[in-house]
Design a protein around this ligand. Structure first.
Ligand SMILES: Nc1ncnc2c1ncn2[C@@H]1O[C@H](COP(=O)(O)OP(=O)(O)OP(=O)(O)O)[C@@H](O)[C@H]1O
Length: 242
């Protein structure tokens, strides 16, 4: 579904290279975990995929389209949530739904459904600026899902949420996958990716270290992560991490 072909990126001409010739594919229907240390380039890869920023060199194709042509069929939840503090929860949802192909009747119905699902229905008319981080995260997820995207990009979705919200998040991701969506999720939470992922990529300093389907009954994400990074660092004569 997504093809990265020799992708290079730097934020400004004289800035360092952030992504160094990334090439890999993500299959239709995958829940794909993007892993790597702080500053590896995960958010940059998600932002490029969402079409907010453009590759310096190389290309990204989503169902054979460039990201700008696929915008109506995908949703991006940034680490900062991307919701509007000065709108109510319901207004946030309706606005986000209006950016997709959803019709007006569906927008109202789905907005209410998601508020119920995420335990926020009683707070639907609150301005979200006063909400806790965890509540904003839940709303951001609802905003991402309300337009029934074919591709969902989630940046660090587990950051700052409580264990109960994490369970809700996991069940929503599994449900969304059953509906046929493809998901790309950047995370430092290896147990979370172990539970929901069926493919992963590992990035180190803008270089792709590993990309494959995973069978967590046979091998844990944590083991793949540390083994692959250590192997990569040995090959590149960097320090081992454990
Ligand atoms: N707007 C920007 N302008 C210049 N450099 C940037 C910008 N955003 C990110 N960078 C740099 O790009 C590199 C990769 O950042 P990115 O946010 O993609 O990493 P990440 O893997 O998501 O990190 P983390 O796990 O800490 O969120 C870092 O060196 C960062 O400083």
């Amino acid at each position: 579904m997504i093809k990265y072909n020799e992708l290079y990126f730097r934020y400004r001409k004289k800035n360092p290279q952030i992504l160094n010739g990334i090439t890999f594919n993500i299959n239709q229907g995958d829940v794909h975990g993007v892993l790597g240390h702080n500053g590896a380039g995960k958010t940059t890869l998600l932002r490029l995929t969402s079409g907010i920023i453009y590759p310096t060199k190389g290309e990204i194709l989503i169902d054979n389209k460039v990201p700008e042509q696929f915008k109506r069929y995908m949703a991006y939840m940034p680490e900062s949530n991307g919701i509007y503090d000065k709108l109510t929860a319901l207004q946030n949802l309706k606005f986000r739904a209006s950016l997709s192909n959803t019709n007006k009747k569906e927008i109202n119905q789905k907005s209410e459904e998601f508020l119920v699902l995420l335990g926020l229905i009683d707070r639907r008319n609150d301005l979200v600026g006063i909400w806790s981080n965890g509540m904003k995260k839940r709303l951001a997820l609802a905003c991402a899902l309300v337009g029934s995207p074919k591709l969902l990009l989630l940046d660090e979705p587990t950051n700052g949420i409580d264990p109960e919200s994490l369970e809700v998040l996991i069940s929503i991701i599994k449900h969304t996958q059953r509906l046929g969506a493809t998901m790309m999720i950047s995370s430092h939470n290896l147990d979370f990716i172990n539970e929901i992922g069926n493919s992963i990529s590992i990035i180190e300093k803008g270089t792709l270290v590993y990309n494959d389907q995973i069978d967590t009954n046979k091998c844990k994400v944590k083991d793949i992560y540390f083994n692959q990074l250590n192997k990569f660092r040995k090959d590149n004569k960097d320090e081992e991490i454990i």
